[in-house]
Design a protein around this ligand. Structure first.
Ligand code: BES
Ligand code: MN
Ligand code: ZN
Length: 490
């Protein structure tokens, strides 16, 4: 897809203009309507289209208009904020993407240059499609729009604003691709290689293999990968956009490239979903790409625990006791509660090596998170009001839903083992996401920390908004990028 900013619409198949609530035409829409002799207002008045946000009306072949098709895009009643612009632009794209039209022009001439840039960004996110493995799909079943132009009041200003947004879209799309890849293609070493390829942006990427992790004593992470033919990896990504020695912020991701459950094997039905059990690591990788790509003025670290959880003659058994890098011992009651074992060592390593201002881990950690919040919210567990408030505030601006959950000490006894320091699950199913978070907290060494359980939101089978197509979501990349931009860039 090609994106261009222009100062006037020309030579386009589709022209999209915005209409506010109660059929209040924007200046561009009103001008087009008078060129069409009132045909657009008539079309709107003749049906249910009122300009409500998220709605649109496609008007074909209006006389007096150069474009073959006009889309009236609802922009709602509220003052048009960032999310309102994104929704309108993405709605226009969704309305015509399959129509056969190749060029779509969005007229933002009577909006700001920043809003015009954001419109292009939104269409890029909306048009994402993971179709790498579709070899026989007919052309007329694929989206037809391949050139998107946005009319802006100020070309230069839109292009500049678009550069930063485009960096964020690069990060989201990288994360979506990683989440969508099947596990035969995306195993730990391949994941690490794909991250390493972004060193061209100025990221530093170190990849630790099993021998290096053994030397560090990362036995809880290694235990999870022990049954796999694929070597476990720890990817350590650094972006230094601030002064040298400036204390970094850190992101840590669960990268279980496939989670069979191990010896505590999962039922067959739905197991294919566990290819996206690396959604936390993908979000961290995507965030680091976004930060580097827009040259964020921050020092940031991303640590990815990359493993495959398989049953095997050499796999970890229920009842095994492993020693973590922190020295704490863990009785593995259920090999399917593997994410916390991976994160235990990754978190400990991160705080010990980097002494970060704070750590945020991301993980598709528990099915219980889906039971608690449904599929539209991810959970935040945190020992720091400052960190969790910054995440919540940023998330609202970018349209990703989080809900803060409690991590009360009273549940600590649930993860006490009779023979080791800890066990890797609670008693039964009660508070399953909370006991998982309490477990992780034991490996934070008191550093300000937030744990984001994105099991509900990393993948979607039903598009939750026009900028988020079904499949891998790239969830949390936008929130983390925005949090850094608004609260931690010097
Ligand atoms: N990766 C799963 C959690 C998950 C489930 C993510 C569904 C996304 C969708 C995790 O490793 C897991 O299996 N958790 C267990 C924990 C239990 C054994 C304590 C679970 O949620 O059942
Ligand atoms: Mn599991
Ligand atoms: Zn898992």
């Amino acid at each position: 897809m090609k994106f261009e900013f222009v100062t006037a619409p020309a030579d386009t198949d589709v022209l999209a203009v915005l209409v506010r609530d109660e059929r209040a035409f924007s200046a561009a829409a009103a001008a087009l309507d008078s060129a069409a002799g009132g045909a657009l207002a008539k079309a709107a008045a003749g049906g249910r289209f009122t300009g409500a946000a998220g709605t649109s009306l496609v008007v074909t072949a209006p006389a007096g208009v150069e474009a073959g098709t006009v889309v009236l895009v609802g922009a709602g009643a509220e003052a048009l904020d960032d999310l309102g612009v994104e929704k309108a632009a993405a709605t226009a794209y969704q309305a015509v993407k399959m129509s056969g039209a190749q060029t779509l022009t969005l007229d933002f001439s009577d909006f700001t240059a920043e809003q015009a840039a954001r419109a292009a960004f939104a269409v890029r996110l909306a048009a994402y499609r993971f179709d790498r493995y579709r070899t026989t799909e007919k052309v007329d079943k694929k989206p037809s729009v391949n050139v998107v132009r946005v009319v802006t009041p100020d070309l230069r200003a839109s292009e500049a604003a678009h550069d930063a947004l485009s960096a964020v879209a690069d990060g989201v799309i990288f994360a979506r691709d990683l989440v969508s890849e099947p596990a035969n293609i995306l195993y730990p070493a391949e994941f690490a290689r794909r991250v390493k390829a972004y060193e061209s942006l100025g990221l530093r990427v170190e990849i630790l293999g099993e021998a290096e992790m053994e030397a560090l004593g990362m036995w809880t992470l290694l235990g999870v990968g022990q049954g796999s033919r694929r070597e476990s990896q720890l990817a350590v990504i650094q972006w230094n956009g601030a002064a040298e020695g400036d204390q970094p912020i850190a992101f840590v991701g669960k990268g279980v490239c496939f989670d069979t459950g191990g010896i505590s094997i999962k039922p067959a039905e739905g197991m294919e979903d566990m290819k996206w059990d690396m959604g936390g690591a993908a979000a961290v990788a995507g965030t680091m790409v976004a930060l580097a790509s827009r040259k964020a003025k921050v020092n940031a670290v991303g640590v990815l625990g990359l493993v495959e959880n398989m049953p095997d003659g050499n796999a970890q058994r229920p009842g095994d006791v492993v020693t973590s890098m922190s020295g704490q011992t863990i009785e593995v009651i259920n090999t399917d509660a593997e994410g916390r074992l991976v994160l235990a060592d990754a978190l400990w390593y991160t705080q010990q090596r980097f002494k970060p201002k704070f750590m945020i881990d991301l993980a598709t950690l528990t099915g219980a998170m889906i039971v608690a919040l449904g599929l539209d919210y991810a959970g935040i567990f945190s020992n720091s009001d400052e960190v969790s408030d910054a995440i919540l505030e940023a998330s609202k601006k970018v349209g990703e839903n989080f809900w803060r959950m409690p991590i009360p000490d009273i549940y600590n006894p649930h993860i006490e083992s009779k023979i080791a320091d800890l066990k890797n699950m609670g008693n039964g199913r009660a508070g399953g996401s909370i006991t998982a978070a309490l477990f992780l907290q034991k490996f934070t060494n008191g550093v300000p920390w937030a744990h984001l359980d994105i099991a509900p939101t990393a993948w979607t089978n039903k598009s939750p908004s026009p900028t988020v197509p079904e499949g891998g979501v790239g969830f949390a990349v936008r929130t983390l990028d925005r949090m850094v931009a608004d609260a931690y860039e010097g």
